[in-house]
Ligand binder design. Structure first.
Ligand code: ZN
Ligand code: ZN
Length: 278
């Protein structure tokens, strides 16, 4: 079964329309394609996320495509929802209005002790500035805060797929800023793998940093995947695609590295359906 469930379009920060992505997926022989627009961040700039006003129109467009192309491919309507403490929660109840087929829970912003929000993945420069200005220059404090926030999300929110669990590695290949083999870092991976297992959520193996040239590797790292696998966590392969031609980026390289889940029985018709195994 060939499928990708982490796909961005012009409804958020992607390059192509949903229909262009569906046609590309059909062209690549996909059995299913799932859309996952960024959803409802409590930021001033909402031009690249689904607002509560845009979300129903997004869902209607994706469900219309599901019907139009029903005979050729299964089309699913999901969201990639942020977790920001005291801000946004990737919780099923927050998205009840559009009854998404699945929710990817992701952390892109860290709540700093002084109340600021530090972007994890905007740019190496803004990250360096965020750590300097809001974590007293301590990379370790920043990384502890990141993983603590991921664990809080996992254990308090009702969603399905844990998105790019170690997004903090994004700049660490081209602009190294921490040692991924340091004992304190590996201890964070252990604690976070415990939380994923306890939550029953699915961990994605995300090739998005490859298509955008930041890493020659997936999230989570091999060391992190070992820890997740040994705790019985299930994986799903995803491209985190921001363009139609990236929906299977590096799937040939990583498609055999785990036993990946798919959504064989997912239906886009039954409102409130919850097709993912828990
Ligand atoms: Zn993301
Ligand atoms: Zn994404």
């Amino acid at each position: 079964m060939k499928a990708n469930y982490h796909t961005h379009t012009t409804w958020c920060d992607g390059k192509d329309s949903p229909e262009a992505v569906v046609l590309a997926a059909i062209g690549k022989g996909f059995d299913a394609i799932g859309f996952s627009s960024h959803a409802m961040l409590p930021e001033d700039d909402t031009s690249w996320v689904l607002t509560p006003e845009k979300a129903p129109r997004y869902a209607a467009e994706v469900r219309a495509l599901a019907e139009k192309y029903e005979a050729r491919i299964r089309v699913l309507c999901g969201v990639e929802a942020d977790y920001v403490p005291c801000g946004a929660t990737p919780d099923r109840s927050s998205y009840a209005a559009i009854s998404p087929d699945y929710i990817i829970g992701s952390v892109h912003f860290i709540a700093a002790p002084d109340g600021a929000r530090v972007s994890v993945d905007e740019s190496p420069e803004s990250l360096a500035d965020g750590i300097r200005s809001h974590f007293a220059g301590s990379v370790e404090a920043y990384l502890h805060a990141y993983f603590a926030q991921v664990r809080e999300m996992l254990l308090t929110c009702d969603f399905d797929i844990a998105g790019h669990l170690d997004l903090v590695r994004k700049f660490n290949s081209r602009f190294p800023y921490f040692d991924e083999s340091a004992p304190w870092y590996l201890a964070e991976l252990d604690l976070t793998a415990d939380a994923v297992a306890a939550s029953g959520k699915i961990a994605e193996v995300n090739t998005g940093a490859i298509s955008r040239g930041w890493l020659d590797d997936v999230y989570p790292s091999s060391a992190f995947r070992d820890r997740l696998r040994s705790r019985g966590v299930k994986f799903i392969l995803s491209a985190d695609a921001h363009a139609a031609d990236a929906i299977d980026c590096a799937f040939d390289r990583f498609g055999t590295c785990e036993a990946f889940l798919t959504f064989p029985n997912a239906s886009t018709r039954s409102a409130g359906s919850h097709p993912l195994p828990h």
